[in-house]
Design a protein around this ligand. Structure first.
Ligand code: ADP
Ligand code: MG
Length: 394
């Protein structure tokens, strides 16, 4: 068990909390503040326990000077202030006199947010390369380090691994929840455990398949990925997405785990991926040579449902259709609806899967929607996450 923020006396301490405020911004507006909302519990806990709260986060990538303006955390500080209903002191620096003064002037219960940690990447990628001098400088600004940035916990950066190696440390409530729900459901599931795997390419998910095929009772395969498996079975899949390099891998998986891997029996077929394209539902064996499968069909949804209603734990990564297009969103929506009505533990991991479910109105319908894209994928692959690994155990 990792130490958590609860294990520290925070009173009057300068507590550095690494949060994940890497939110999408379009035309000067935050289009989804979920990550800010998800960090409130830890920040409020620190405020209520009279800490002097110092927040750090990255936002986007900063490769050249002109990336700075579009990736400032200023907007996030305003949104955070609204959500906390409290002043947030924003310092447009990642180091320097102004920042140091503001920190030494903090009173217990105050909240300060410093500028995007990746501004430091302009100078030799110091943040992203976990530069020791930078980590030491930041560590001198605080007394305790709390990592709650699940979305970056698979990276080894100065603001997570670097700081944790230099200060007393623990995880925040968000990472604690991600570990409790996602990690423990993979390693110690209440069975039957059924995994829904979708998304575009097999190659993106090889690690996930290899790890989960030994842990899950069933794996329901949809999305573009299904067609490489179907082709490996000798089925003609037309113009559907096929990952020729991984045909052998799929064949081998099917031979070894025939009873575990469940493939679509029908699909929504079309000539193109667009909102206006003509489409038809067809059995997988009747797909024409100029058609591609872009969603699972109604018979497949029924088959998948039979497995899902008998499951105690369901982990879902990867949309089962090209859900961005209204014509091919039905399968993903239908699975959301099925999961929403089950008593089972239901967990979503993966950036696109989470945004699909949230956009379709199912944000509250699952036991847990993981906030990490890459990080949750690496947990599904059975990897340890460096930003969490370095946190001390109790
Ligand atoms: P996640 O981010 O949740 O891990 P992925 O990035 O692996 O998910 O997959 C999402 C992408 O998969 C979406 O852009 C979606 O359009 C695509 N996709 C799903 N089904 C198909 C399909 N049948 N053909 C082509 N692309 C598909
Ligand atoms: Mg994705």
């Amino acid at each position: 068990m990792k130490k958590t923020i609860r294990d520290f006396d925070l009173k009057d301490k300068k507590v550095i909390i690494r949060v994940d405020f890497n939110v999408p911004i379009k035309d000067g507006l935050i289009t989804d503040d979920n990550r800010v909302v998800e960090s409130l519990e830890t920040i409020n806990y620190a405020i209520n326990n009279s800490a002097k709260v110092i927040l750090m986060s990255h936002l986007g990538r900063v490769k050249e000077e002109s990336d700075k303006a579009k990736n400032t955390l200023k907007l996030v500080s305003l949104r955070l202030s609204e959500l906390l209903n409290k002043e947030v002191i924003f310092i447009p620096q990642t180091r320097g006199i102004e920042l140091e003064k503001a920190i030494s002037n903090l009173k217990s219960g105050d909240v300060l947010l410093m500028e995007n940690t990746r501004y430091e990447d302009l100078d030799g990628e110091k943040e992203s390369n976990n530069d020791l001098e930078l980590a030491k400088y930041w560590a001198n600004l605080g007394d305790i380090y709390i990592n709650d940035a699940f979305g970056t916990s698979h990276r080894s950066h100065a603001s997570n691994v670097g700081l944790a190696s230099l200060l007393p440390n623990g995880v925040g409530f968000l990472i604690e929840k991600e570990l409790k729900v996602l990690a423990s459901s993979i390693d110690n599931p209440i069975r039957p455990l059924t995994v829904i795997l979708g998304g575009a390419k097999v190659s993106d998910k090889i690690g996930v398949i290899k790890n989960l095929v030994n842990k899950a009772d069933y794996i329901l395969i949809g999305g573009g990925m299904a067609f490489t498996f179907l082709k490996a079975q000798g089925i003609e899949v037309g113009k559907s997405l096929v990952d020729l390099d991984n045909l052998d891998f799929c064949r081998e998986m099917l031979e070894k785990h025939e009873d575990k891997l469940i493939l679509p029996i029908d699909v929504i077929a079309s000539h193109e991926m667009s909102d206006n394209s003509d489409y038809r539902e067809t059995f997988i064996t009747d797909l024409k040579s100029d058609e591609m499968g872009l969603d699972i069909g109604s018979q497949t949804i029924k088959v998948f449902k039979q497995y899902l209603v008998d499951s105690q734990t369901i982990i879902w990564n990867g949309p089962v259709g090209a859900f961005e297009y209204s014509n091919f969103a039905n399968g993903t929506k239908a699975l959301c609806e099925i999961l929403a009505n089950l008593e089972a533990i239901t967990i979503l991991g993966g950036g696109d899967t989470a945004s699909a479910a949230i956009n379709f109105g199912y944000k509250e319908a699952f036991t847990h929607i993981s906030t990490g894209g890459g990080a949750s994928l690496e947990l599904l692959e059975g990897k340890t996450l460096s930003g969490i690994d370095i946190i001390h155990n109790k």
